[in-house]
Write a protein that binds this ligand. Structure first.
Ligand SMILES: Cc1cc2nc3c(=O)[nH]c(=O)nc-3n(C[C@H](O)[C@H](O)[C@H](O)COP(=O)(O)OP(=O)(O)OC[C@H]3O[C@@H](n4cnc5c(N)ncnc54)[C@H](O)[C@@H]3O)c2cc1C
Ligand SMILES: O=C1O[C@H](CO)C(O)=C1O
Length: 511
Protein backbone atom coordinates (compact mmCIF):
# COMPACT_ATOMS: atom_id res chain seq x y z
CA UNK A 1 0.00 0.00 0.00
CA UNK A 2 1.44 3.41 -0.87
CA UNK A 3 2.14 5.74 2.12
CA UNK A 4 -0.56 8.26 1.11
CA UNK A 5 -3.16 5.54 0.91
CA UNK A 6 -2.00 4.11 4.20
CA UNK A 7 -2.48 7.44 6.03
CA UNK A 8 -5.92 7.97 4.48
CA UNK A 9 -6.90 4.46 5.20
CA UNK A 10 -5.84 4.57 8.86
CA UNK A 11 -8.23 7.47 9.39
CA UNK A 12 -11.23 5.22 9.24
CA UNK A 13 -10.05 1.67 9.83
CA UNK A 14 -8.08 2.31 13.01
CA UNK A 15 -6.55 -0.96 14.05
CA UNK A 16 -8.99 -3.12 12.11
CA UNK A 17 -6.50 -3.69 9.32
CA UNK A 18 -3.75 -4.85 11.66
CA UNK A 19 -6.07 -7.37 13.27
CA UNK A 20 -7.81 -8.61 10.15
CA UNK A 21 -4.72 -8.85 8.00
CA UNK A 22 -2.86 -11.07 10.45
CA UNK A 23 -2.41 -14.54 8.97
CA UNK A 24 -1.69 -16.93 11.82
CA UNK A 25 -0.80 -19.75 9.42
CA UNK A 26 2.09 -17.87 7.88
CA UNK A 27 2.84 -15.52 10.77
CA UNK A 28 2.72 -12.52 8.41
CA UNK A 29 0.28 -9.76 7.45
CA UNK A 30 -1.78 -10.27 4.33
CA UNK A 31 -0.95 -7.45 1.89
CA UNK A 32 -3.58 -4.78 1.38
CA UNK A 33 -2.84 -3.43 -2.09
CA UNK A 34 -4.69 -0.13 -2.18
CA UNK A 35 -4.16 3.23 -3.76
CA UNK A 36 -5.95 6.53 -3.30
CA UNK A 37 -6.54 9.10 -6.06
CA UNK A 38 -7.34 6.51 -8.72
CA UNK A 39 -9.39 8.03 -11.53
CA UNK A 40 -11.74 5.52 -13.08
CA UNK A 41 -13.34 5.89 -16.48
CA UNK A 42 -15.15 3.61 -18.86
CA UNK A 43 -13.40 2.54 -22.07
CA UNK A 44 -15.33 5.12 -24.12
CA UNK A 45 -14.69 7.84 -21.51
CA UNK A 46 -18.41 8.29 -21.08
CA UNK A 47 -18.41 7.93 -17.27
CA UNK A 48 -15.87 8.83 -14.61
CA UNK A 49 -15.55 8.28 -10.89
CA UNK A 50 -13.05 8.74 -8.09
CA UNK A 51 -13.14 5.73 -5.79
CA UNK A 52 -12.06 6.29 -2.22
CA UNK A 53 -9.73 3.31 -2.55
CA UNK A 54 -8.65 1.33 -5.59
CA UNK A 55 -7.72 -2.20 -4.61
CA UNK A 56 -5.87 -4.78 -6.67
CA UNK A 57 -5.62 -8.00 -4.67
CA UNK A 58 -3.44 -10.87 -5.91
CA UNK A 59 -4.65 -13.77 -3.78
CA UNK A 60 -7.93 -15.07 -2.42
CA UNK A 61 -6.79 -14.15 1.10
CA UNK A 62 -6.23 -10.57 -0.04
CA UNK A 63 -9.72 -10.47 -1.55
CA UNK A 64 -11.20 -11.80 1.70
CA UNK A 65 -9.30 -9.19 3.69
CA UNK A 66 -10.85 -6.44 1.55
CA UNK A 67 -14.34 -7.84 2.00
CA UNK A 68 -13.95 -8.28 5.78
CA UNK A 69 -12.53 -4.82 6.16
CA UNK A 70 -15.24 -3.24 4.01
CA UNK A 71 -17.88 -4.94 6.14
CA UNK A 72 -16.29 -3.73 9.34
CA UNK A 73 -15.95 -0.17 7.99
CA UNK A 74 -19.41 -0.06 6.37
CA UNK A 75 -17.99 0.46 2.86
CA UNK A 76 -19.51 -0.44 -0.49
CA UNK A 77 -17.54 -2.48 -3.03
CA UNK A 78 -17.76 -2.26 -6.80
CA UNK A 79 -15.68 -4.72 -8.80
CA UNK A 80 -14.34 -3.53 -12.11
CA UNK A 81 -13.05 -5.82 -14.83
CA UNK A 82 -11.61 -4.04 -17.87
CA UNK A 83 -14.13 -1.16 -17.60
CA UNK A 84 -15.56 -1.93 -21.04
CA UNK A 85 -19.18 -1.61 -19.97
CA UNK A 86 -20.37 1.52 -21.72
CA UNK A 87 -22.69 2.67 -18.92
CA UNK A 88 -21.81 3.61 -15.33
CA UNK A 89 -22.19 0.13 -13.79
CA UNK A 90 -18.60 0.29 -12.62
CA UNK A 91 -18.59 3.80 -11.16
CA UNK A 92 -18.28 4.33 -7.43
CA UNK A 93 -17.07 6.79 -4.84
CA UNK A 94 -16.48 3.93 -2.39
CA UNK A 95 -14.06 1.02 -2.81
CA UNK A 96 -13.24 -0.26 -6.28
CA UNK A 97 -11.76 -3.73 -6.57
CA UNK A 98 -10.00 -4.93 -9.69
CA UNK A 99 -8.80 -8.49 -10.23
CA UNK A 100 -6.22 -7.90 -12.99
CA UNK A 101 -3.64 -9.34 -10.57
CA UNK A 102 -5.80 -12.38 -9.88
CA UNK A 103 -5.89 -13.97 -13.29
CA UNK A 104 -4.01 -17.28 -13.29
CA UNK A 105 -5.08 -20.78 -14.18
CA UNK A 106 -6.21 -22.50 -10.97
CA UNK A 107 -6.98 -25.99 -12.24
CA UNK A 108 -6.95 -27.94 -15.49
CA UNK A 109 -9.16 -30.87 -16.44
CA UNK A 110 -7.78 -32.07 -19.77
CA UNK A 111 -10.26 -34.92 -20.09
CA UNK A 112 -13.26 -32.54 -19.96
CA UNK A 113 -11.51 -29.60 -21.69
CA UNK A 114 -12.21 -27.45 -18.63
CA UNK A 115 -10.07 -24.77 -17.03
CA UNK A 116 -10.77 -23.23 -13.66
CA UNK A 117 -9.47 -19.67 -13.90
CA UNK A 118 -9.11 -16.78 -11.50
CA UNK A 119 -11.86 -14.40 -12.43
CA UNK A 120 -9.75 -11.39 -13.39
CA UNK A 121 -8.37 -13.15 -16.45
CA UNK A 122 -9.04 -11.19 -19.65
CA UNK A 123 -10.62 -13.02 -22.56
CA UNK A 124 -7.49 -12.64 -24.71
CA UNK A 125 -5.40 -14.18 -21.92
CA UNK A 126 -7.88 -17.00 -21.58
CA UNK A 127 -7.88 -17.52 -25.36
CA UNK A 128 -4.05 -17.73 -25.28
CA UNK A 129 -4.11 -20.26 -22.43
CA UNK A 130 -6.66 -22.34 -24.30
CA UNK A 131 -4.65 -22.15 -27.51
CA UNK A 132 -1.57 -23.56 -25.75
CA UNK A 133 -3.69 -26.62 -24.96
CA UNK A 134 -5.22 -26.93 -28.44
CA UNK A 135 -8.56 -25.59 -27.14
CA UNK A 136 -10.65 -22.49 -27.80
CA UNK A 137 -13.63 -20.52 -26.58
CA UNK A 138 -16.79 -21.77 -28.30
CA UNK A 139 -18.12 -18.27 -29.00
CA UNK A 140 -16.99 -14.66 -28.69
CA UNK A 141 -18.25 -11.09 -29.01
CA UNK A 142 -16.49 -8.32 -30.91
CA UNK A 143 -13.48 -7.97 -28.61
CA UNK A 144 -11.40 -9.93 -26.09
CA UNK A 145 -10.38 -7.08 -23.78
CA UNK A 146 -12.99 -7.96 -21.15
CA UNK A 147 -12.35 -9.97 -18.01
CA UNK A 148 -14.21 -13.26 -17.94
CA UNK A 149 -16.15 -12.24 -14.80
CA UNK A 150 -17.06 -8.86 -16.31
CA UNK A 151 -18.10 -10.37 -19.62
CA UNK A 152 -20.59 -12.76 -18.07
CA UNK A 153 -21.79 -10.24 -15.45
CA UNK A 154 -23.66 -8.28 -18.16
CA UNK A 155 -24.41 -11.28 -20.42
CA UNK A 156 -22.01 -10.55 -23.25
CA UNK A 157 -22.99 -12.29 -26.49
CA UNK A 158 -21.57 -12.99 -29.93
CA UNK A 159 -23.58 -13.78 -33.05
CA UNK A 160 -24.68 -17.32 -33.76
CA UNK A 161 -27.93 -19.21 -33.65
CA UNK A 162 -25.95 -22.32 -32.69
CA UNK A 163 -24.82 -20.68 -29.45
CA UNK A 164 -26.30 -18.84 -26.52
CA UNK A 165 -24.36 -16.09 -24.74
CA UNK A 166 -20.81 -16.32 -23.36
CA UNK A 167 -22.12 -17.57 -20.00
CA UNK A 168 -23.04 -20.81 -21.78
CA UNK A 169 -19.39 -21.87 -21.40
CA UNK A 170 -19.33 -21.20 -17.65
CA UNK A 171 -20.08 -24.49 -15.91
CA UNK A 172 -19.19 -23.41 -12.41
CA UNK A 173 -18.06 -20.41 -10.40
CA UNK A 174 -16.95 -19.40 -6.93
CA UNK A 175 -18.30 -16.25 -5.38
CA UNK A 176 -17.14 -14.49 -2.24
CA UNK A 177 -20.08 -13.01 -0.37
CA UNK A 178 -20.10 -9.96 1.89
CA UNK A 179 -19.66 -12.29 4.89
CA UNK A 180 -16.26 -13.30 3.50
CA UNK A 181 -17.56 -16.81 2.82
CA UNK A 182 -16.74 -18.36 -0.58
CA UNK A 183 -19.35 -20.54 -2.22
CA UNK A 184 -18.87 -22.83 -5.18
CA UNK A 185 -21.88 -22.82 -7.50
CA UNK A 186 -22.92 -24.90 -10.47
CA UNK A 187 -26.01 -26.58 -11.89
CA UNK A 188 -25.56 -29.18 -9.11
CA UNK A 189 -24.39 -27.06 -6.18
CA UNK A 190 -25.98 -23.84 -4.85
CA UNK A 191 -28.06 -23.80 -8.02
CA UNK A 192 -30.05 -20.64 -7.29
CA UNK A 193 -26.94 -18.65 -6.53
CA UNK A 194 -25.35 -20.04 -9.71
CA UNK A 195 -28.26 -18.92 -11.88
CA UNK A 196 -28.37 -15.53 -10.17
CA UNK A 197 -24.59 -15.07 -10.40
CA UNK A 198 -24.23 -16.03 -14.08
CA UNK A 199 -25.46 -12.51 -14.82
CA UNK A 200 -24.74 -10.77 -11.51
CA UNK A 201 -24.19 -7.12 -12.49
CA UNK A 202 -21.60 -7.17 -9.71
CA UNK A 203 -24.43 -7.13 -7.20
CA UNK A 204 -24.03 -10.40 -5.32
CA UNK A 205 -20.39 -10.58 -4.32
CA UNK A 206 -16.94 -10.97 -5.86
CA UNK A 207 -16.70 -13.80 -8.35
CA UNK A 208 -13.24 -15.21 -7.73
CA UNK A 209 -13.11 -18.31 -9.93
CA UNK A 210 -14.79 -19.54 -13.06
CA UNK A 211 -14.84 -23.05 -14.49
CA UNK A 212 -14.72 -22.60 -18.23
CA UNK A 213 -15.84 -25.24 -20.71
CA UNK A 214 -13.60 -25.04 -23.78
CA UNK A 215 -13.92 -26.77 -27.15
CA UNK A 216 -11.18 -28.12 -29.43
CA UNK A 217 -9.43 -25.26 -31.24
CA UNK A 218 -10.97 -24.38 -34.60
CA UNK A 219 -10.30 -22.09 -37.52
CA UNK A 220 -12.98 -20.15 -39.33
CA UNK A 221 -13.30 -19.41 -43.03
CA UNK A 222 -15.23 -16.16 -43.19
CA UNK A 223 -16.53 -13.96 -45.93
CA UNK A 224 -18.42 -10.71 -46.11
CA UNK A 225 -20.83 -9.55 -48.76
CA UNK A 226 -22.46 -6.27 -49.71
CA UNK A 227 -26.21 -6.80 -49.97
CA UNK A 228 -29.00 -4.24 -50.42
CA UNK A 229 -30.80 -4.13 -47.09
CA UNK A 230 -34.32 -4.79 -48.48
CA UNK A 231 -33.05 -8.07 -50.04
CA UNK A 232 -31.78 -9.16 -46.64
CA UNK A 233 -35.13 -8.48 -45.07
CA UNK A 234 -36.80 -10.57 -47.79
CA UNK A 235 -34.48 -13.49 -46.94
CA UNK A 236 -34.87 -13.11 -43.22
CA UNK A 237 -36.99 -16.19 -42.76
CA UNK A 238 -35.16 -18.43 -45.24
CA UNK A 239 -31.53 -19.24 -44.48
CA UNK A 240 -30.12 -15.79 -43.63
CA UNK A 241 -29.31 -16.67 -40.01
CA UNK A 242 -28.81 -20.42 -40.36
CA UNK A 243 -26.54 -20.88 -43.36
CA UNK A 244 -23.36 -20.52 -41.26
CA UNK A 245 -22.38 -21.23 -37.68
CA UNK A 246 -21.47 -17.59 -37.04
CA UNK A 247 -23.26 -14.80 -38.84
CA UNK A 248 -23.71 -11.09 -38.24
CA UNK A 249 -24.93 -8.13 -40.21
CA UNK A 250 -23.83 -4.50 -40.20
CA UNK A 251 -26.63 -2.25 -41.35
CA UNK A 252 -25.66 1.06 -43.02
CA UNK A 253 -28.90 3.08 -43.10
CA UNK A 254 -27.58 5.85 -45.41
CA UNK A 255 -26.12 3.43 -47.96
CA UNK A 256 -29.22 1.29 -48.47
CA UNK A 257 -26.86 -1.62 -47.98
CA UNK A 258 -25.63 -3.98 -45.32
CA UNK A 259 -22.64 -6.22 -44.88
CA UNK A 260 -23.44 -9.85 -44.17
CA UNK A 261 -20.48 -11.51 -42.44
CA UNK A 262 -20.58 -15.28 -42.12
CA UNK A 263 -18.14 -17.92 -40.91
CA UNK A 264 -17.85 -21.67 -40.78
CA UNK A 265 -15.29 -24.06 -39.36
CA UNK A 266 -12.64 -25.14 -41.83
CA UNK A 267 -9.48 -27.19 -42.28
CA UNK A 268 -8.19 -24.80 -44.98
CA UNK A 269 -4.81 -23.12 -44.36
CA UNK A 270 -4.85 -19.72 -42.67
CA UNK A 271 -5.29 -16.70 -44.94
CA UNK A 272 -4.99 -13.12 -43.63
CA UNK A 273 -7.76 -10.54 -43.49
CA UNK A 274 -8.03 -8.22 -46.51
CA UNK A 275 -6.82 -4.65 -46.12
CA UNK A 276 -9.21 -2.48 -44.16
CA UNK A 277 -9.46 1.17 -45.22
CA UNK A 278 -10.25 2.46 -41.78
CA UNK A 279 -7.81 -0.03 -40.25
CA UNK A 280 -4.99 2.17 -41.62
CA UNK A 281 -4.11 5.42 -39.85
CA UNK A 282 -5.15 7.67 -42.74
CA UNK A 283 -8.57 6.08 -43.21
CA UNK A 284 -9.16 6.01 -39.50
CA UNK A 285 -8.04 9.58 -38.87
CA UNK A 286 -9.98 11.02 -41.81
CA UNK A 287 -13.14 9.16 -40.76
CA UNK A 288 -12.88 10.47 -37.21
CA UNK A 289 -12.14 13.99 -38.45
CA UNK A 290 -15.11 13.89 -40.82
CA UNK A 291 -17.36 12.69 -38.01
CA UNK A 292 -16.01 15.46 -35.82
CA UNK A 293 -16.91 18.12 -38.41
CA UNK A 294 -20.31 16.49 -38.72
CA UNK A 295 -21.05 17.28 -35.09
CA UNK A 296 -21.26 20.95 -36.22
CA UNK A 297 -22.79 20.24 -39.63
CA UNK A 298 -24.87 17.12 -38.92
CA UNK A 299 -26.31 17.03 -42.47
CA UNK A 300 -22.80 15.97 -43.60
CA UNK A 301 -23.19 12.65 -41.77
CA UNK A 302 -24.95 10.67 -44.53
CA UNK A 303 -22.36 11.87 -47.09
CA UNK A 304 -19.51 10.86 -44.79
CA UNK A 305 -21.10 7.49 -44.07
CA UNK A 306 -21.68 6.72 -47.77
CA UNK A 307 -18.11 7.69 -48.63
CA UNK A 308 -16.66 5.58 -45.83
CA UNK A 309 -18.82 2.61 -46.83
CA UNK A 310 -17.50 2.70 -50.40
CA UNK A 311 -13.89 3.03 -49.23
CA UNK A 312 -14.14 0.25 -46.68
CA UNK A 313 -16.23 -2.17 -48.79
CA UNK A 314 -17.59 -1.56 -52.31
CA UNK A 315 -20.74 -0.02 -53.66
CA UNK A 316 -21.88 -2.88 -55.91
CA UNK A 317 -23.54 -5.88 -54.35
CA UNK A 318 -21.28 -8.93 -54.00
CA UNK A 319 -18.25 -10.34 -52.19
CA UNK A 320 -16.29 -7.81 -50.11
CA UNK A 321 -13.49 -9.82 -48.56
CA UNK A 322 -12.74 -13.16 -46.96
CA UNK A 323 -10.10 -14.82 -44.78
CA UNK A 324 -9.27 -17.96 -42.84
CA UNK A 325 -8.31 -17.24 -39.25
CA UNK A 326 -8.12 -18.74 -35.79
CA UNK A 327 -11.56 -18.52 -34.23
CA UNK A 328 -10.68 -15.71 -31.79
CA UNK A 329 -9.07 -13.63 -34.56
CA UNK A 330 -11.96 -14.15 -36.96
CA UNK A 331 -14.75 -13.36 -34.51
CA UNK A 332 -13.26 -10.16 -33.12
CA UNK A 333 -13.15 -6.84 -34.93
CA UNK A 334 -11.91 -3.26 -34.85
CA UNK A 335 -14.56 -1.25 -32.99
CA UNK A 336 -12.98 2.05 -34.06
CA UNK A 337 -13.59 5.08 -31.84
CA UNK A 338 -14.96 5.67 -28.37
CA UNK A 339 -18.68 5.33 -28.70
CA UNK A 340 -22.14 5.34 -27.18
CA UNK A 341 -23.93 2.04 -27.71
CA UNK A 342 -27.55 1.22 -27.06
CA UNK A 343 -28.30 -2.45 -27.66
CA UNK A 344 -31.55 -4.33 -27.23
CA UNK A 345 -32.61 -7.94 -27.48
CA UNK A 346 -35.86 -8.54 -29.37
CA UNK A 347 -37.45 -11.71 -30.80
CA UNK A 348 -35.65 -12.65 -34.03
CA UNK A 349 -38.86 -12.66 -36.05
CA UNK A 350 -39.41 -8.98 -35.25
CA UNK A 351 -36.16 -8.07 -37.05
CA UNK A 352 -37.56 -6.97 -40.43
CA UNK A 353 -40.24 -4.85 -38.78
CA UNK A 354 -37.67 -3.25 -36.45
CA UNK A 355 -35.29 -2.41 -39.30
CA UNK A 356 -38.01 -1.16 -41.64
CA UNK A 357 -39.63 1.08 -39.03
CA UNK A 358 -36.30 2.53 -37.90
CA UNK A 359 -35.19 3.08 -41.52
CA UNK A 360 -38.49 4.86 -42.26
CA UNK A 361 -37.95 7.08 -39.22
CA UNK A 362 -34.33 7.86 -40.14
CA UNK A 363 -35.49 8.72 -43.68
CA UNK A 364 -37.68 11.54 -42.31
CA UNK A 365 -40.89 9.60 -41.73
CA UNK A 366 -43.48 11.83 -43.43
CA UNK A 367 -46.86 10.83 -42.01
CA UNK A 368 -45.34 8.99 -39.05
CA UNK A 369 -45.51 5.57 -40.70
CA UNK A 370 -43.00 4.19 -38.19
CA UNK A 371 -45.30 5.00 -35.30
CA UNK A 372 -42.31 6.28 -33.32
CA UNK A 373 -43.54 9.24 -31.26
CA UNK A 374 -40.36 11.34 -31.56
CA UNK A 375 -39.46 13.71 -34.35
CA UNK A 376 -36.65 12.51 -36.63
CA UNK A 377 -35.98 16.11 -37.72
CA UNK A 378 -32.28 16.89 -37.47
CA UNK A 379 -31.31 13.38 -36.40
CA UNK A 380 -28.29 11.88 -38.14
CA UNK A 381 -26.84 8.62 -36.94
CA UNK A 382 -23.64 6.67 -37.34
CA UNK A 383 -23.13 3.32 -38.97
CA UNK A 384 -23.15 0.47 -38.75
CA UNK A 385 -26.09 -0.49 -36.62
CA UNK A 386 -25.02 -3.96 -35.53
CA UNK A 387 -27.49 -6.78 -36.11
CA UNK A 388 -26.59 -10.00 -34.30
CA UNK A 389 -28.24 -13.14 -33.03
CA UNK A 390 -28.11 -15.77 -30.30
CA UNK A 391 -30.28 -18.68 -29.33
CA UNK A 392 -30.28 -19.13 -25.59
CA UNK A 393 -32.93 -21.81 -25.82
CA UNK A 394 -29.97 -24.12 -26.65
CA UNK A 395 -28.37 -23.09 -23.34
CA UNK A 396 -29.00 -25.60 -20.54
CA UNK A 397 -28.43 -23.19 -17.65
CA UNK A 398 -30.25 -19.88 -17.92
CA UNK A 399 -29.07 -16.89 -15.95
CA UNK A 400 -32.03 -15.31 -14.13
CA UNK A 401 -31.20 -11.88 -15.56
CA UNK A 402 -30.54 -13.09 -19.09
CA UNK A 403 -31.88 -10.32 -21.35
CA UNK A 404 -32.25 -12.57 -24.40
CA UNK A 405 -35.57 -14.10 -25.47
CA UNK A 406 -36.53 -17.11 -23.42
CA UNK A 407 -38.79 -18.89 -25.88
CA UNK A 408 -37.03 -18.49 -29.22
CA UNK A 409 -34.00 -17.01 -30.97
CA UNK A 410 -32.90 -13.48 -30.15
CA UNK A 411 -31.98 -10.56 -32.37
CA UNK A 412 -29.68 -7.91 -30.93
CA UNK A 413 -29.83 -4.43 -32.46
CA UNK A 414 -26.92 -2.22 -31.42
CA UNK A 415 -27.30 1.49 -32.18
CA UNK A 416 -23.74 2.81 -32.18
CA UNK A 417 -22.89 6.51 -32.06
CA UNK A 418 -19.22 7.37 -32.27
CA UNK A 419 -17.72 10.07 -30.12
CA UNK A 420 -15.15 11.57 -32.52
CA UNK A 421 -12.34 13.00 -30.40
CA UNK A 422 -14.63 12.32 -27.45
CA UNK A 423 -17.40 14.66 -28.66
CA UNK A 424 -20.95 13.34 -28.55
CA UNK A 425 -22.99 13.76 -31.74
CA UNK A 426 -25.87 16.26 -31.44
CA UNK A 427 -29.36 15.03 -30.56
CA UNK A 428 -28.09 11.63 -29.51
CA UNK A 429 -30.58 11.50 -26.66
CA UNK A 430 -33.58 11.97 -28.98
CA UNK A 431 -32.28 9.19 -31.22
CA UNK A 432 -31.87 6.89 -28.24
CA UNK A 433 -35.31 7.78 -26.86
CA UNK A 434 -36.85 6.94 -30.23
CA UNK A 435 -34.81 3.74 -30.59
CA UNK A 436 -35.73 2.55 -27.11
CA UNK A 437 -39.39 3.36 -27.66
CA UNK A 438 -39.34 1.12 -30.75
CA UNK A 439 -37.46 -1.66 -29.00
CA UNK A 440 -39.96 -1.66 -26.15
CA UNK A 441 -42.81 -1.67 -28.65
CA UNK A 442 -41.33 -4.87 -30.11
CA UNK A 443 -41.01 -6.59 -26.73
CA UNK A 444 -37.30 -5.87 -26.25
CA UNK A 445 -35.00 -5.74 -23.25
CA UNK A 446 -31.80 -3.68 -23.08
CA UNK A 447 -28.30 -5.11 -22.84
CA UNK A 448 -27.30 -4.49 -19.22
CA UNK A 449 -23.93 -2.95 -20.05
CA UNK A 450 -25.01 -0.40 -22.64
CA UNK A 451 -26.17 3.22 -22.75
CA UNK A 452 -29.94 2.83 -22.42
CA UNK A 453 -31.47 6.07 -21.17
CA UNK A 454 -35.23 5.74 -20.84
CA UNK A 455 -35.85 2.43 -19.10
CA UNK A 456 -37.15 2.76 -15.57
CA UNK A 457 -36.93 0.43 -12.56
CA UNK A 458 -40.62 -0.29 -12.90
CA UNK A 459 -40.10 -1.31 -16.53
CA UNK A 460 -37.20 -3.61 -15.58
CA UNK A 461 -39.35 -5.29 -12.95
CA UNK A 462 -42.04 -5.82 -15.58
CA UNK A 463 -39.53 -7.23 -18.08
CA UNK A 464 -38.02 -9.90 -15.81
CA UNK A 465 -40.22 -12.51 -14.14
CA UNK A 466 -37.16 -13.61 -12.13
CA UNK A 467 -36.29 -10.11 -10.90
CA UNK A 468 -38.02 -10.61 -7.56
CA UNK A 469 -36.11 -13.86 -6.94
CA UNK A 470 -32.85 -12.21 -7.92
CA UNK A 471 -33.39 -9.22 -5.62
CA UNK A 472 -34.50 -11.42 -2.71
CA UNK A 473 -31.49 -13.66 -3.12
CA UNK A 474 -29.26 -10.60 -3.41
CA UNK A 475 -30.65 -9.17 -0.17
CA UNK A 476 -30.18 -12.53 1.56
CA UNK A 477 -26.53 -12.96 0.56
CA UNK A 478 -25.66 -9.29 1.08
CA UNK A 479 -27.86 -8.11 3.99
CA UNK A 480 -25.90 -4.90 4.58
CA UNK A 481 -25.83 -3.85 0.93
CA UNK A 482 -22.06 -4.01 0.44
CA UNK A 483 -22.58 -4.80 -3.28
CA UNK A 484 -25.76 -2.71 -3.74
CA UNK A 485 -24.04 -0.05 -5.78
CA UNK A 486 -25.54 3.21 -7.08
CA UNK A 487 -26.29 1.79 -10.52
CA UNK A 488 -28.21 -1.14 -9.03
CA UNK A 489 -30.15 1.13 -6.69
CA UNK A 490 -31.10 3.48 -9.49
CA UNK A 491 -32.03 0.81 -12.01
CA UNK A 492 -33.24 -2.21 -10.08
CA UNK A 493 -33.27 -2.03 -6.31
CA UNK A 494 -34.77 1.37 -5.60
CA UNK A 495 -34.69 3.02 -2.21
CA UNK A 496 -36.37 1.78 0.92
CA UNK A 497 -39.05 4.50 0.80
CA UNK A 498 -39.95 4.05 -2.86
CA UNK A 499 -43.64 3.25 -2.40
CA UNK A 500 -44.45 3.00 -6.09
CA UNK A 501 -41.79 0.37 -6.60
CA UNK A 502 -42.87 -1.49 -3.47
CA UNK A 503 -46.37 -1.76 -4.91
CA UNK A 504 -45.01 -3.12 -8.19
CA UNK A 505 -42.87 -5.67 -6.34
CA UNK A 506 -45.91 -6.81 -4.36
CA UNK A 507 -47.96 -7.06 -7.54
CA UNK A 508 -45.27 -9.18 -9.22
CA UNK A 509 -45.09 -11.34 -6.10
CA UNK A 510 -48.79 -12.15 -6.48
CA UNK A 511 -48.64 -13.10 -10.16
C1 LIG B 1 -15.51 -2.00 -27.83
C2 LIG B 1 -16.53 -2.85 -27.11
C3 LIG B 1 -17.00 -4.02 -27.71
C4 LIG B 1 -17.95 -4.80 -27.06
N1 LIG B 1 -18.44 -5.90 -27.69
C5 LIG B 1 -19.46 -6.59 -27.13
C6 LIG B 1 -20.07 -7.69 -27.81
O1 LIG B 1 -19.66 -8.07 -28.90
N2 LIG B 1 -21.12 -8.30 -27.23
C7 LIG B 1 -21.63 -7.89 -26.02
O2 LIG B 1 -22.60 -8.48 -25.54
N3 LIG B 1 -21.05 -6.87 -25.34
C8 LIG B 1 -19.98 -6.23 -25.87
N4 LIG B 1 -19.41 -5.20 -25.18
C9 LIG B 1 -19.81 -4.98 -23.78
C10 LIG B 1 -18.86 -5.76 -22.82
O3 LIG B 1 -18.68 -7.09 -23.24
C11 LIG B 1 -19.49 -5.79 -21.42
O4 LIG B 1 -19.72 -4.49 -20.99
C12 LIG B 1 -18.65 -6.51 -20.39
O5 LIG B 1 -19.42 -6.60 -19.22
C13 LIG B 1 -17.35 -5.79 -20.10
O6 LIG B 1 -16.47 -6.62 -19.34
P1 LIG B 1 -15.42 -5.94 -18.35
O7 LIG B 1 -14.44 -6.95 -17.91
O8 LIG B 1 -14.90 -4.70 -18.95
O9 LIG B 1 -16.37 -5.62 -17.12
P2 LIG B 1 -16.69 -4.20 -16.48
O10 LIG B 1 -17.31 -3.33 -17.50
O11 LIG B 1 -15.50 -3.69 -15.78
O12 LIG B 1 -17.79 -4.64 -15.41
C14 LIG B 1 -19.02 -5.14 -15.85
C15 LIG B 1 -19.80 -5.69 -14.67
O13 LIG B 1 -19.14 -6.85 -14.18
C16 LIG B 1 -18.97 -6.77 -12.78
N5 LIG B 1 -17.77 -7.54 -12.44
C17 LIG B 1 -16.56 -7.49 -13.02
N6 LIG B 1 -15.73 -8.36 -12.43
C18 LIG B 1 -16.43 -8.97 -11.45
C19 LIG B 1 -16.13 -9.98 -10.49
N7 LIG B 1 -14.92 -10.55 -10.41
N8 LIG B 1 -17.11 -10.37 -9.64
C20 LIG B 1 -18.34 -9.81 -9.70
N9 LIG B 1 -18.67 -8.87 -10.59
C21 LIG B 1 -17.73 -8.45 -11.46
C22 LIG B 1 -18.85 -5.28 -12.53
O14 LIG B 1 -19.10 -4.97 -11.18
C23 LIG B 1 -19.89 -4.75 -13.49
O15 LIG B 1 -21.16 -4.86 -12.91
C24 LIG B 1 -18.44 -4.41 -25.77
C25 LIG B 1 -17.95 -3.25 -25.17
C26 LIG B 1 -17.01 -2.47 -25.83
C27 LIG B 1 -16.51 -1.21 -25.18
O1 LIG C 1 -20.72 -2.44 -27.32
C1 LIG C 1 -20.26 -2.80 -28.39
O2 LIG C 1 -19.37 -2.09 -29.13
C2 LIG C 1 -19.04 -2.85 -30.30
C3 LIG C 1 -19.40 -2.08 -31.52
O3 LIG C 1 -18.47 -1.11 -31.79
C4 LIG C 1 -19.85 -4.05 -30.15
O4 LIG C 1 -19.85 -5.04 -30.99
C5 LIG C 1 -20.56 -4.00 -29.03
O5 LIG C 1 -21.40 -4.91 -28.60
Amino acid sequence: MDPGAHREFRKYTGDAISTLSWDANTGTHIPFRASVSHKHHTWAKTHFSNPELFLQPRTEKEIRLIVNLARQCGKRIVVVGSGHSPNDLTCTSSWMVNLDGFSSIALENSRELQLEVEAGIRLYQLANELEKRGWAMPNLGSITAQSIAGAIATNTHGSSLMHGTLSQAVVGLTIMLSSGESLRCSAMENEDLYHAALVSLGGLGIITHIVFQAVPAFNLAWKQEVVKTPRILDNWKTDLWTRSEFIRMWWFPYSGRSIVWSANRTEEPLRERPHSWYGGWLGRFSYELALYFSTWFPWLTPIVERYVFSMQYRWEEGPAGSAVQKSQDALTMDCLFPQLVNEWAIPLEKGPEAIQRLQTWLDGDKGNKSGIPFSPKGIYVHAPIEVRVADTTVQAEKPWLDQSCQTGPTLYLNATLYRPFLKNPPEWERYYNAFEWLMKDLGGRPHWAKNFISTSREEFWGMYPKMKDWVELRDAVDPHGMFANDWLKRNLLGDEDDTELTQIKEQIGKT
